[in-house]
Design a binder for this molecule. Structure first.
Ligand code: KG4
Ligand code: ZN
Length: 345
């Protein structure tokens, strides 16, 4: 079962071919970071144009790498949402057109399902059910995951996502765009505790998050007249610690609440080394285990989309013939259903 996956929901153009039996056959990834850097954030129209520019070449590159024609694939999977409407439309159009021309099915895939299942691309994958902590630039959610397509939202951010908070604080500290990885690197050179930042909602008794006030607290520190730029590493470390404390506390509370012993942490923020250490330590104390995607699969990529598509097909999803372009810029993950239960895809 060979599936070509296309990711184009934001600022990464990703393509990959995943085989249900043999595993990953090919992958290609282009990041638009340089394109958007001078604007300090993603410019949607530029993102769409760049996806158009590169997607056909990346698809050809992957097919050539494994000596396959499009018609030899079992399906095309593409990110249908959530994400930037124009950017999603590029991936959807390419996938649906190729599927129609080659007479193979096309499968719309939920971006967060891609992230959430990516830790399963491993020699020692987690077994269902598990709790998933999804922390990316656009989302921060805790999910009860019973099986592919059987998801219950346990809690989510009420305002900024964790990755968004990293990016905004990086901007406040003048670290540039996208900022999250740079801020994490700066935090590693500093010590938490030198500043006092809040741990929002840590004792709220539910599984929701809020990161917007934390970002404002950082802004307030650097806006004071006696702010010393030399202390940026310590401020970054305290900010990172505050985010990790909350993510960790809520993830452990979710394990307790569900009685589960496996936690999957995915999305761009799951690349954060300090977060991984904190989650591993906290879960260890509870007799639980945390599963992560490989480092190169934490950020957006085509592999997770091809893999999620393959999982759905292997579990009996009945995709319709290609040609109908379907995108959902806003698409709650908990609306998904199990592969066999989907009336139409
Ligand atoms: O999943 P992702 O690649 O794209 C979205 O679906 O949003 O996540 C990107 C987010 C960005 O906000 C980025 O700054 C953040 O993940 N990120 C990190 C790290 N690496 C990426 N945040 C904290 N520490 C990191 N090491
Ligand atoms: Zn993502």
């Amino acid at each position: 079962m060979k599936v070509l996956g296309i990711e184009s929901s934001c600022d990464e153009t990703g393509v990959a071919i995943y085989d249900g039996e043999a595993g990953l056959l090919a992958q290609a990834l282009h990041t638009q970071v340089d394109l958007h850097a001078i604007y300090g954030g993603v410019v949607p129209e530029l993102a769409s144009r760049d996806h158009i520019r590169l997607l056909p070449a990346l698809v050809r590159q992957c097919l050539r790498a494994c000596g396959l024609e499009v018609a030899a694939l079992d399906a095309l999977a593409y990110t249908a949402g959530p994400g930037l409407a124009g950017a999603l439309l590029v991936g959807a159009s390419v996938a649906e057109a190729m599927a129609l021309a080659a007479g193979i099915p096309a499968l719309p895939v939920h971006h967060l399902e891609g992230h959430m299942l990516s830790p399963l691309i491993a020699d020692d994958p987690p077994a269902f059910p598990f709790v998933a902590l999804l922390a990316s630039g656009g989302h921060t959610q805790l999910m009860r995951v019973v099986d592919v397509g059987d998801y219950e939202l346990l809690g989510e951010t009420l305002d900024d996502a964790a990755g968004e908070a990293f990016d905004k604080v990086a901007k406040i500290l003048g670290l540039g765009y996208p900022g999250g990885p740079q801020l994490a690197a700066l935090a590693e050179r500093g010590k938490p505790g030198g500043f006092k930042l809040p741990r929002p909602l840590i004792r709220s008794g539910d599984l929701d998050f809020s990161f917007s006030g934390l970002k404002t607290a950082v802004l307030n520190v650097v806006s004071t007249p006696d702010w010393q730029a030399e202390r940026a590493a310590d401020l970054a470390a305290e900010f990172q610690q505050a985010v990790l404390d909350v993510l960790c506390a809520k993830a452990m509370a979710a394990l307790k609440q569900t009685g589960m012993r496996a936690l999957v942490a995915a999305g761009g923020v799951s690349a954060n080394r300090a977060l991984r250490a904190a989650l591993d330590a906290a879960a260890g104390l509870m007799g639980a285990r945390v599963y992560y995607p490989a480092q190169d699969l934490c950020a957006d990529n085509g592999v997770m989309i091809a893999f999620a598509g393959a999982q759905r097909l292997l579990r009996g999803e009945r995709p319709v013939a290609g040609g109908r372009i379907r995108v959902r810029p806003r698409w709650p993950l908990a609306e998904l259903v199990r592969p066999g239960d989907r009336g139409e895809s």
